[in-house]
Design a protein around this ligand. Structure first.
Ligand code: CTP
Length: 210
């Protein structure tokens, strides 16, 4: 049966001033591959994406955002229409408290930034947005990959979490291949190392089995 997928992708940009921002190394490839694969399989797809240098996959409803706050707002508006929500975005955990209207000048030898925590978008899906569908999170870890991923699964109410080891240079981030473990409450399934499109088809299949 065809479903409506919501996918978050990419990094977020958190402005420091009008010309600078904080971000991370996410390329968005995994989220775009998921959105493209789901659309190719005939599902309806809403892709909510931070800034990426990627072509928007065919057949996808695309909603570009910049900051975590904008992504939170977009997800809160659209998640109610979806039956499957996959959170592949690498949301910046913190944003600057104050964003001056003018460019920050280098007046001192040091500069201290005060940051405040961003809303946890995936962590809001169940209790704040009331999402009842299949919920899939991602966990990019450098150590204790499975136990950290399972902690996220429990805290955020996911059906499974796609865990990957970002300390490995051959996979993840900007790579077109990835090797992941799907972490469920009681068991794990390790998928073979494969390109992000094939991996997306496997993740979609597992999401439809939940
Ligand atoms: N996520 C999100 N909103 C955030 C932070 C994370 O939606 N503000 C989602 C990501 O898209 C991912 C999952 O939560 O699917 C895990 O992200 P991660 O940054 O690894 O988790 P955190 O809860 O921020 O944990 P950590 O303490 O490891 O940073």
């Amino acid at each position: 049966m065809k479903k409506h997928f919501l996918v978050t992708a990419g990094p977020t940009h958190e402005p420091l001033d009008p010309v600078r921002y904080l971000t991370n190394r996410s390329s968005g490839k995994m989220g775009y591959a998921l959105a493209g694969a789901a659309a190719h399989e005939g599902h309806r797809v809403t892709l909510i994406s931070g800034p990426c240098n990627l072509d928007v996959p065919d057949g996808v409803d695309y909603l570009p955002v910049e900051t975590a706050a904008e992504m939170y707002h977009a997800v809160s508006r659209y998640i109610g229409k979806a039956q499957v929500a996959i959170f592949a975005a690498a949301v910046a955990d913190y944003r600057p408290v104050n964003v001056p209207e003018q460019k920050i000048k280098k007046t001192g030898d040091t500069l201290t930034l005060e940051l405040v925590k961003n809303p946890d978008i995936l962590g809001s899906a169940r209790e704040v947005f009331g999402f009842k569908g299949t919920l899939v999170g991602f966990a990019a870890e450098t150590e204790n990959v499975i136990s950290n991923a399972r902690g996220k699964l429990q805290r955020k109410g996911c059906d499974f979490v796609v865990a990957n080891d970002v300390s490995r240079k051959d996979i993840g981030f900007d790579s077109s291949e990835n090797e992941v473990t799907l972490v469920y409450a009681e068991h794990e399934v390790t998928l073979p190392k494969e390109d992000k499109y094939q991996l997306s088809l496997d993740i979609i299949e597992k999401a439809l089995e939940v």
